[in-house]
Design a protein around this ligand. Structure first.
Ligand code: HEC
Length: 393
């Protein structure tokens, strides 16, 4: 496909994906909050489990929750379906546009798999995660939330480790997120919505709805709630080479998943009136610890032996980076300089030099997919030049 059109298509789908995701997660947060804020009504009513009073946008609202369901259904019942489906469909479309159609650049990592093998790993990850999660939910483990969380987090760590061994680091991050996001969407489409449909059908046919159906939906809905913050991190993590570009990238992802799920746990507990004062400070300390762990090794002080001349560095940049990072990129499929990073003139190269270490020396996320075949000697040369002060001599 024409690279320019592909970029616009990508932009449109990504925009939709983010908007639908906000609507989905927003509704999920709201209903989780509602469930925990609901208190027994001031005057007891038959069948009513609780109520919440709120004010928003100049209106006063009184929301009541039924123990199981009202005696008679109203004509209009609002469902929350399309937020999840639109997020999932646009996400899969993006995966195809970015990672399958441009597999050599974005999906294949240093392991050097064929694009077909990498795509096969991608698909089996997404399907396999769902199969394993579903089996866990049906096992006795699901009755023990603590053990379930422990097993779930260990599986996230294992997945992150495994994917960073075979795919490009950014693709590995996105795939952990896509696996969790896929589980969330399947929870909605295969468990939450169908059990709601069965409850509604029972009522329309004048039967008592089975409360167990509502319970199963509530369990999956709670799991989705814990997944949200880790998933949102993996979706934005690709903009932070300090995370995915680090040699311990899988552990950093795992650490941030624990911090995200822990933060959700704090709010869930607080909403139930049980305050765990230590969770948020622990999460903040965890963030600081990860920032320290991922600190790039300080480059040794320059020595007289530092021979890296700018003339040599300029040739490397021109050959390995400028095919993409130029005002007129020559690499097929790159219509304009990615992230506006142009490395044509000596001044441009010098001004951006501080960013090269994190992507091309300490880590090797650039050149993307190493399509321009940068060598280890060239990376070392670049490192020595930066260490010697990135001079134009
Ligand atoms: C095949 C094309 C290609 C080549 C060659 C390439 N890059 Fe990039 N680079 C990209 C793309 C695409 C992005 C944007 C990635 C994104 O959207 O996060 C990027 C982003 C960057 C960033 C910003 C990273 C961030 O997220 O802040 C830096 C810095 C960078 N490249 C440096 C380099 C250097 C140095 C070289 C040469 C050693 C190089 N690139 C070679 C395609 C390329």
């Amino acid at each position: 496909m024409d690279a320019h059109l592909l970029q616009w298509l990508n932009l449109g789908v990504r925009w939709l994906h983010v908007i639908a995701g906000i609507a989905w997660i927003g509704a999920s947060f709201y209903f989780n909050w509602l469930n925990s804020a609901i208190a027994p009504p001031e005057r007891a009513e038959p069948g009513i489990a609780g109520e919440v009073w709120s004010v928003h946008g100049g209106g006063f609202y009184r929301t009541v929750k039924y123990g199981v369901a009202p005696a008679r259904l109203p004509t209009t019942l609002h469902w929350f379906i399309w937020e999840a489906y639109t997020t999932w469909l646009s996400g899969v479309t993006l995966l195809i546009l970015v990672y399958y159609l441009q597999a050599k650049t974005f999906l294949v990592g240093p392991a050097g798999l064929s694009p077909a093998a990498a795509i096969a790993i991608s698909i089996s990850t997404l399907v396999g995660a769902n199969v394993i999660y579903d089996a866990l939910c049906r096992s006795p483990l699901a009755k023990n939330p603590g053990a379930f969380a422990l097993v779930g987090l260990s599986l996230v760590a294992a997945l992150a480790w495994g994917l960073t061994q075979v795919l490009s680091p950014r693709a590995a991050y996105i795939h952990v997120g896509a696996a969790l996001g896929g589980i969330m969407a399947v929870n909605v489409s295969r468990v939450i919505i169908p059990s709601q449909r069965r409850m509604v059908r029972a009522m329309r046919e004048g039967r008592e709805p089975d409360p167990a159906l509502g319970k199963q939906a509530a369990l999956r809905s709670l799991h989705n709630n814990y997944f949200t913050l880790p998933v949102v991190f993996t979706m934005i993590g690709g903009h932070y080479p300090a995370t995915y570009g680090h040699s311990l990238n899988w552990f950093i992802l795992f650490g941030l998943a624990v911090i995200g799920a822990g933060t959700r746990h704090y709010f869930n507990r607080r909403n139930q009136g049980r305050n765990n004062v230590w969770i948020l400070p622990a999460a903040a300390i965890g963030m600081v610890a990860l920032a320290l762990v991922s600190r790039p090794k300080a480059l040794p002080a320059p020595s007289a032996a530092d021979d890296a001349s700018f003339a040599a560095v300029r040739v490397v940049i021109a050959q390995r980076c400028a095919p993409c990072h130029s005002s007129k990129p020559t690499n097929p499929g790159v219509p304009t300089a990615p992230q506006g990073l142009v490395l044509d003139t000596p001044e441009e190269i010098q001004a951006q030099a501080s960013r090269f270490d994190a992507v091309a020396v300490s880590a090797q996320t650039m050149p993307l997919g190493n399509v321009t075949e940068m060598t280890d000697e060239e990376r070392a040369l670049l490192g020595r030049w930066i260490r010697a002060g990135a001079q134009l001599r």
